[in-house]
Design a binder for this molecule. Sequence first.
Ligand SMILES: NC(=O)c1ccc[n+]([C@@H]2O[C@H](COP(=O)([O-])OP(=O)(O)OC[C@H]3O[C@@H](n4cnc5c(N)ncnc54)[C@H](OP(=O)(O)O)[C@@H]3O)[C@@H](O)[C@H]2O)c1
Length: 233
Amino acid sequence: MTALITGGSKGIGYGIAASLLKEGVNVAITSRNQEAADAAARELSKTGPGKVIAIAADVRDFDALKNAVAKTLETFGRLDVLVANAGVGHFAPITEITPAQWHETIDTNLTGVFYSLKASVDALINAKGYFISIASLAGTNFFASASAYNASKFGLVGFTQAVMLDLRDAGVKCSTIMPGSVASHFNNHEPNADDAWKIQPEDLGQMVVDLLRMNPRTLPSKIEVRPSQVAKK
Ligand SMILES: NC(=O)c1ccc[n+]([C@@H]2O[C@H](COP(=O)([O-])OP(=O)(O)OC[C@H]3O[C@@H](n4cnc5c(N)ncnc54)[C@H](OP(=O)(O)O)[C@@H]3O)[C@@H](O)[C@H]2O)c1
C-alpha cells in the first residue's frame, strides 16, 4: 500500500507518515521546501518497514501536485491513499486581515486540497483507495478572528462530503478528520511540555491506520476529534 501525504515535513502530516510507515505502508511526503522534506524523510526512514520519499510540492501549484503523484507512482507503482493535510492559518479580525493572508489560507487549505485530489483521483480509482482530508473543528464551529480559516475549513468539509458522494460507487472512500487542538507547529507554535493535554500527531496517525483497517462496508465520512480533557490552568 502507498500513501501520499501533503505537508509531511512536520506536525500532523509527519505523525501520520510515521504511523503508516510502522504499518509497512510506503509513503511520499511533500513540503514547500525540499530540504525540510528531505530532513523529515531521513528521520521517518528510521521508523519503517515502509519506505519513504520526499517531494517538494507547494499545494497551491497544480503542476507540482501532478509531478508529486507521478513521482509516487514511478517509485512505488501505485497510490492507494491521499492524505490532504497541508494547511496554514492566519488569524485576524476582518478589519485587519489582508487579501494576501486570505488568499494564502484559501489557496492552501481549500484549493490546495482540490489540486491534490484532482492530481491523484485516477490513481485512487485504480487502487480503489482512500482520500482523507485534515479539516478542523473550525470546519463546523466559527470563531472571531478566524474568517479566512473558518471559510477554508467549512469549505473543505463540504468539498470532502461532496467528493465522497462522487467517488464511493467507484470504490474510493473519502473521510474528513476534524481535529481540535493538536500539538504541532501550526501558526508558528513550538510544541512544548504544556501541550501534553492536546491531541498528539501520532494519535491522528493511529486514527488514519484505523480508518484504513475498517470493514470495507463502513465509511466514517466526517470525524470530529477533540482532546479528551481541556487544558489545566
Ligand atoms: N494544530 C492544530 O491544532 C490543528 C487543528 C485542526 C486542524 N489542523 C490542520 O492540520 C493540518 C496540518 O497542520 P499542523 O497542525 O500539522 O501544522 P504544522 O505543524 O505547521 O504543519 C503544516 C505542514 O503543512 C505544510 N505546508 C504548509 N503550506 C504548504 C503548502 N502550500 N504546500 C505544501 N505544504 C505546505 C508544512 O510544510 P513546509 O512548511 O515544510 O512547507 C508542514 O509540513 C492543517 O491543515 C491544519 O489546518 C491543525
